[in-house]
Design a protein around this ligand. Structure first.
Ligand SMILES: Nc1ncnc2c1ncn2[C@@H]1O[C@H](COP(=O)(O)OP(=O)(O)OP(=O)(O)O)[C@@H](O)[C@H]1O
Ligand SMILES: Cc1cn([C@H]2C[C@H](O)[C@@H](COP(=O)(O)O)O2)c(=O)[nH]c1=O
Length: 207
């Protein structure tokens, strides 16, 4: 099973990925928790460039860096894990490219989706959890975490508003795949909603 978590910066994806991994592991599943960008050795280098490069990166170059990270990640880590029967819990995937490079950087969303699908050889998640949070609340959380903002986090509120709207539009277009959760709820309440959806899928798979 391939589970992805999506949402704006600071919406709580890593927190939920960790809780979900613990629950699935307690159920006896083998879980691979991973992320994009940066889920492989190659991806760690790409992540450093795309998030922390000091020089200007053009929107298309940025889109290609995320696609390169994704191609390596899916081919060498995610597909092998799924073939072994492991559950993959992944922090961000191709919907992030459509939202950030498509809506955020104002590139053609269809081209970005096709580029991502090409990079990932067409692999789509079984379920995508969208943690939806007002961009100002998310910003306040990141401020509170007291860490240096990366290139994307440092973008203006307008950029993050477009990203949020794009995620919601993606979820509305694919209601079967997406579960939209109010990320302003306490972590344990969010986790319970996520668990219910994943449990439903596990039951359906076992029938
Ligand atoms: N439901 C929640 N309510 C309040 N604060 C939360 C919630 N979930 C996470 N946080 C806090 O918000 C901050 C960001 O959380 P987290 O790192 O999980 O988000 P993220 O979406 O993975 O962020 P990023 O996109 O920057 O990697 C952390 O300080 C975390 O403790
Ligand atoms: C996969 C992906 C990510 N991004 C952006 C979104 C975030 O701002 C960073 C990743 O940081 P995180 O702490 O791991 O959330 O990269 C993007 O713009 N496009 C993508 O495809």
């Amino acid at each position: 099973m391939f589970i992805t978590l999506e949402g704006g910066d600071g919406s709580g994806k890593s927190t939920q990925a960790e809780i979900l991994e613990s629950w699935l592991t307690a159920l006896g599943r083998t879980v691979v928790r991973t992320r994009e960008p940066g889920g492989t050795e190659f991806g760690t280098e790409v992540r450093e460039i795309v998030l922390h490069s000091r020089g200007h990166i053009s929107p298309r170059a940025e889109a290609l860096l995320y696609a390169a990270d994704r191609a390596q990640h899916i081919a060498t880590k995610v597909r092998p894990a799924l073939e072994r029967g492991d559950v993959v819990v992944q922090d961000r995937y191709l919907d992030s490219s459509v939202a950030y490079q498509g809506a955020g950087r104002v590139l053609d969303a269809g081209e970005i989706r096709n580029l991502s699908l090409w990079a990932a050889e067409g692999l789509l998640p079984d379920v995508t959890i969208l943690l939806d949070l007002d961009e100002d609340v998310a910003r306040a959380r990141l401020d509170g975490a007291n860490k240096r903002f990366d290139r994307l986090e440092a973008e203006k509120s307008d950029f993050h508003r477009r990203v949020r709207e794009a995620f919601l539009a993606l979820a509305a277009a694919e209601p079967e795949r997406f579960l939209v959760v109010d990320a302003a709820l306490p972590p344990e309440e969010i986790a319970a909603v996520v668990r219910a959806r994943v449990e439903e899928l596990l039951v359906r798979r076992s029938q």
